[in-house]
Design a protein around this ligand. Structure first.
Ligand code: ADP
Length: 522
């Protein structure tokens, strides 16, 4: 223990002893003050709170026993080492009973003095540490009780600032989610939300840190230090609390904050799980509403037209009957397609989706898909151009699912491109992270997707709020399934789009290892 951190009070009516002890202690680097009587000692201790008191027993007016009695009554925990003549053992025993920690016999022998001082200060140090630890434990228990009453991230953030702010004496503080390289502030104290500066985030931070406050980005004009408290989930920093301080905090406070961060992380995690469950519930309700809506329309037309055929079938001209049957068939196809899409989603989400990965020729699969679209493309007077060299290497894919991906993307390109528009399919070899890949692109001159909608294009049930989209039938499931199919086959999917100009959707697939490709070609 560093003597510089300990303040000792020497209490003796003998000036010579006071002087001698204080020069010894001072020489060894201890902080030292002296009192010449009991009353003065009590007053000084109340004012300074010493780490150790060396107390003479025999003093006029207020003796050592009286000082010990008064200290005990005040609930004092500072160790007191009493000094007495060797012959006065009875008094020493009384002092120990009154709470003295140890004793030194006069004349004082220096080696014994250092031994007693060290032992007493060490005991005090451990007692203090234990006391702080117990207080922290109590506080954490209280915080836990409050955290357990909420599953709301804003309330948890408020509690973090309240307790963290109290413990650190912060002038201003804030907490928020880490988004990219910035803090998206959720709650703040001591600073208005409008005045919050941009707070950059160091994602490499592993524990609470105390640094000089950055020049730009200060939360309070008088702040000199900044405490940054990262809050982790699965080893990734999700949230961060910032406390700007006038003075640095001691190591014990940093330790407390580190433990607080663990409790906050658990509460945040629970809040996130709860939010996820709520979102899943909402998604399920939307899903049920969407499915029933999607079923209702075709079922209504099937019901109406079968009714008409049953009632008046014989009276209707052949052409009308065929037309009605076409509408019924259309409705049944819609229901069938919806059932297939829902089936795919269920299988992918429950992990039961099985792929038959093999060496597949893209031009071959594409050719078959394009053939199926010919009537639709012709009807809409669109132009479908295919630029796919036959010499491309084979891909590692499930032929049926590759066909489904191409069908979805060509279908969208045709659906969302006005009549006489142009659709182009191309493929090329690109260098991916894991070697060469085939990139397939579908470019259309269609209605495009607004920038504001682009982040949600692959979400389940997303359909743009655009009259040219709502005019066309759809469930908003196709691209979601397509993305999952591409990723399950080890590829990636993306797009670029400009509203009312057109879109290009592209995806990659791994190619067959070169030797195998050569073998297959041979
Ligand atoms: P659906 O076509 O059944 O609505 P998708 O999941 O295939 O569902 O597509 C989701 C949404 O993305 C569409 O509703 C549309 O708003 C937009 N979209 C998809 N492809 C295109 C495209 N090629 N051009 C413009 N918008 C598109």
């Amino acid at each position: 223990m560093d003597p510089k951190n300990s303040m000792i009070l020497v209490v003796d009516d003998d000036a010579l002893i006071r002087e001698l002890l204080s020069s010894w202690l001072d020489h060894r680097g201890y902080g030292v003050k002296t009192a010449e009587n009991g009353q003065q000692a009590l007053e000084m201790h109340q004012q300074h709170g010493f780490d150790l008191i060396l107390l003479d027993i025999m003093m006029p007016d207020m003796n050592g026993f009286d000082v010990l009695t008064a200290l005990k009554a005040a609930g004092n925990t500072t160790p007191v080492v009493v000094m007495s003549a060797l012959t006065d053992l009875k008094s020493v025993v009384t002092c120990i009973k009154l709470g003295a920690e140890d004793f030194l016999s006069k004349p004082i022998e220096s080696e014994l003095l250092w031994a007693r001082i060290n032992a007493s200060l060490e005991k005090k140090h451990y007692r203090d540490a234990q006391q702080t630890w117990l207080e922290e434990l109590n506080l954490l228990q209280q915080i836990d009780q409050e955290l357990n009453t909420t599953l709301d991230r804003k309330t948890i953030s408020g509690l973090t600032l309240q307790y963290g702010g109290q413990k650190t004496g912060a002038l201003a503080c804030c907490i928020g989610a880490v988004e990219g390289n910035r803090l998206q502030v959720r709650a703040s104290q001591g600073i208005a939300a409008d005045d919050l500066p941009v707070i950059p985030v160091d994602k490499q931070l592993r524990a609470v840190t105390q640094t000089a406050v950055p020049e730009n980005g200060r939360l309070h004009p008088q702040a000199n230090y900044r405490l940054t408290l990262p809050i982790f989930r699965n080893t990734i920093i999700r949230d961060m609390a910032i406390f700007d301080l006038a003075h640095p905090v001691p190591e014990t406070t940093l330790r407390f904050l580190k433990r607080l961060a663990i409790h906050i992380a658990i509460a945040m995690h629970n809040a996130q799980l709860y939010a996820d469950v709520q979102a899943a519930n909402r998604a399920k309700s939307n899903f049920v509403a969407m499915v029933s809506h999607e079923l209702k329309n075709p079922l209504t037309s099937i019901q109406s037209y079968t009714y008409l055929l049953r009632r008046q079938g014989n009276l209707l001209p052949e052409e009308t009957r065929i037309n009605y049957l076409g509408i019924i068939n259309d409705g049944a196809t819609r229901i069938h397609n919806l059932a297939l899409e829902l089936d795919d989603i269920t299988q992918i989400e429950t992990g039961q989706f099985r792929l038959k990965i093999e060496a597949v020729s893209l031009p071959e699969v594409l050719h078959n898909v394009v053939r199926l679209f010919e009537p639709q493309i012709e009807e809409r007077q669109q132009e479908l151009i295919v630029h796919v060299p036959e010499t491309l290497p084979q891909v590692r894919a499930d032929a049926k699912r590759l066909s489904q991906i191409l069908t979805n993307l060509i279908s969208n390109a045709s659906k969302y491109t006005p009549e006489s528009g142009r659709i182009q399919v191309s493929a090329q070899l690109v260098e991916g992270e894991s070697g060469h890949q085939l990139q397939i692109a579908l470019q259309d001159s269609g209605i495009g997707i607004r920038a504001a909608d682009q982040a949600r294009v692959f979400s389940q049930f997303f359909r743009a709020d655009d009259e040219l989209v709502t005019a066309v039938r759809g469930t908003g499931l196709g691209l979601n399934i397509t993305k999952k199919l591409v990723e399950l086959q080890g590829g990636e999917i993306g797009f670029i789009s400009e509203h009312r100009q057109g879109s290009t959707f592209f995806f990659t697939l791994p190619i067959v290892a070169q030797e195998t490709a050569v073998l297959t070609i041979a």
